[in-house]
Write a new protein. Structure first.
Lengths: 295, 326
């Protein structure tokens, strides 16, 4: 790691050091995008062409056929819907529940609250595989006839929603309680003196002030839950019930002989996350750093 | 820095730090006295429902992992749970040919992430923090892999590593029979191949964390250092890096936890075949594989839990000690 520029001289607008830095950054950025660009390039080419002429060859035909086929053949709409059914309630519930805990911990100095926060924060840091074996058994043993299609927590959207909420609320409770602590105490105190109920304090006074943090966390959670692969892999047995990211594994098995189709299929699953990211980039990044800013 | 000071001063206004014990108590009692019975019930629900859900699904299961690790169980009835003492661990340590390689790979995973992508992410963050043009564009490029699911990344890198059709072998002409370089199957190569993909992703993550850390460095520190005649490297080494300590702690914890959690990428890449075994893969294969042994799988999970706690506990102690002081 060598340093790029010496002392800044503000008079000279074009400095060789800056040009060097830009060249370096541009090339590195391009190298970073290369794997994705390669996947897009492969996905745009018909299988027949690449198998005849090789993958590293000048393209003669570029079209969206692979994307269309991957989308239709594997009934992706169905899997996107599965994800939606899991992710939307999971994100909303996580935010709702963790904001309540955060409110309790941040606003009332009960003796347990440090311990409570500790439990939530530590729980969020555990690797998922530490808890999966008993969780899997618990899901198999929980009978819910009539509530889920499988009659159990296992192999149901409900089961996935619950574990997402339980696991992610650790991180969110930590971030939100830090955020709420930075809000002036006088606000809630005055309302309390005026006889407002605790619920009003939470719902009408504290939550609206937490909008920036909630928006950041909502963005982050949506992407995390959408991208989840592990929980669904283990806790869902029917291929039909899988959310899109985990279904990708099965789908790729279906058309494994055609790498171009696999490329198109996996790129399609990345589109929603990319859309959310580009639309809400600021929220995403601030959410990621909210938890660490205080550390 | 500016935002940092404002939040700090707000906090200071809310909870006076000096002689905080007495001050806090007064606030607390003031709050408590104002609470009605209904308020107390509401509060109990607000804290209780999320806690029960979290504790039941995360902590009870973690404890169950520990208990089950000392038993053998067919998973059908609770009465079939048999206490077997340390048998599972003995088998794991002595007889499982995958266990020690898995531990080793988890360690390698961490060492590689902390030595290569982490410093590189810091380096990129320092460059991008210089108020240069197109900073956003560069950031987006480096950060893109963090947004995409690891499963998708696994498939994308397969297109590069595939011995027949992949980019690398096509470029170097190693895709003809007899000349194969099997990046995915060769146990001497596949871990490194998958670590390239993992590092590719980790760099962007670290860059974002360090960028946030650098934003909170007081610019006057930098100016003072420049006035003292320090060059860029000296300023970074003696002034900037020491103030990044909180970020470094986070980075270390995040990297260790990520190394222990590493799963999706490897599973998609080659299902954790020989050469890429990881503890997380062994646990999972024990469940979804053909011969599921609950006690045995839990024993692997306990090893994983034990290593995690070595990291989690000191981190939490440090964090919450600071919180108390604040």
């Amino acid at each position: 790691m060598s340093t790029v520029s010496a002392l800044p001289k503000q008079r000279n607008p074009i400095r060789p050091a800056r040009v060097l830095l830009h060249t370096f950054l541009a090339l590195t950025a391009l190298a970073w995008l290369a794997p994705l660009l390669w996947a897009i390039f492969s996905a745009l080419r018909p299988y027949s062409e690449t198998s005849n002429r090789g993958y590293v060859s000048w393209p003669h035909t570029l079209n969206f056929d692979n994307f269309k086929n991957a989308f239709e053949q594997s009934d992706m709409t169905h899997y996107f819907m599965n994800t939606l059914v899991i992710a939307v309630p999971a994100v909303l519930l996580t935010l709702f529940l963790s904001s309540m805990v955060a409110f309790y911990v941040a606003r009332f100095d009960f003796r347990v609250n440090l311990f409570l926060l500790l439990v939530f924060t530590a729980g969020n840091l555990l690797p998922q595989q530490v808890i999966i074996t008993p969780l899997y058994r618990m899901y198999l043993l929980t009978n819910l006839p009539g509530i889920t299609a499988s009659g159990k927590l296992y192999d149901s959207a409900l089961g996935l929603v619950l574990i997402h909420v339980a696991f992610q609320s650790g991180f969110c409770a930590f971030v939100l309680s830090n955020y709420m602590r930075s809000l002036p105490h006088e606000l809630t105190e005055a309302a309390l003196v005026d006889g407002a109920s605790v619920w009003r304090l939470y719902w009408q006074i504290t939550l609206p002030l937490c909008k920036p943090a909630m928006a950041a966390l909502a963005t982050l959670l949506s992407i995390w839950i959408y991208n989840d692969f592990f929980w669904a892999l283990v806790l869902i047995s029917t291929g039909e019930n899988m959310p899109i990211t985990s279904a990708l594994n099965n789908l790729s098995g279906q058309y494994f002989t055609d790498p171009n189709l696999v490329a198109a299929g996996s790129l399609l699953t990345a589109i929603p996350t990319l859309l959310v990211y580009f639309a809400l980039q600021k929220q995403f990044v601030s959410g990621l750093t909210l938890g660490s800013a205080k550390g | 820095m500016t935002t940092d000071t404002t939040t700090k001063s707000q906090e200071a206004a809310a909870v006076p730090p000096p002689g905080r014990a007495s001050g806090k108590k007064r606030v607390q009692q003031g709050h408590k006295r104002l609470l009605t019975r209904r308020d107390r019930i509401t509060l109990a629900f607000m804290a209780g429902v999320p806690t029960v859900l979290h504790v039941l699904l995360v902590w009870v299961t973690a404890l169950a992992s520990i208990l089950l690790a000392f038993t053998s169980w067919d998973g059908i009835g609770f009465d079939s749970i048999k206490w077997v003492g340390l048998d599972n661990f003995q088998q794991l340590f002595n007889d499982n040919p995958q266990f020690w390689p898995a531990v080793q790979h988890n360690v390698i995973w961490f060492v590689v992430l902390i030595l290569l992508p982490t410093p590189f992410g810091l380096f990129l963050a320092v460059q991008l923090d210089k108020k240069i043009r197109f900073s956003r564009v560069y950031q987006t490029a480096f950060f893109l892999p963090v947004v995409i699911s690891l499963a998708c990344i696994g498939f994308v890198w397969q297109l590069i590593y595939n011995p027949d059709t992949g980019l690398i072998n096509s470029l170097i002409g190693a895709n003809k029979p007899g000349h194969y370089i099997d990046w995915i199957g060769d146990p001497n190569l596949n871990l490194w191949a998958v670590l390239v993909a993992a590092s590719w992703r980790h760099t962007g993550y670290m860059m974002i964390l360090y960028l946030a850390g650098l934003k909170s460095v007081d610019p006057s520190l930098r100016e003072a250092s420049a006035l003292d005649g320090a060059n860029e490297w000296q300023t970074f080494k003696n002034v900037i890096f020491p103030t990044l300590r909180p970020t470094n702690t986070i980075v270390l914890v995040v990297t260790i936890i990520e190394s222990l959690r590493a799963f999706d990428l490897v599973f998609v890449f080659n299902k954790g075949a020989q050469g890429t075994e990881l503890l997380s893969i062994l646990v999972t294969n024990n469940i979804i594989g053909e011969s599921s042994r609950i006690g045995y799988g839990s024993a692997i999970a306990v090893v994983l839990l034990f290593i995690s706690l070595i990291v989690i506990i000191p981190y939490l102690i440090a964090t919450f000690r600071k919180e108390r002081r604040a």
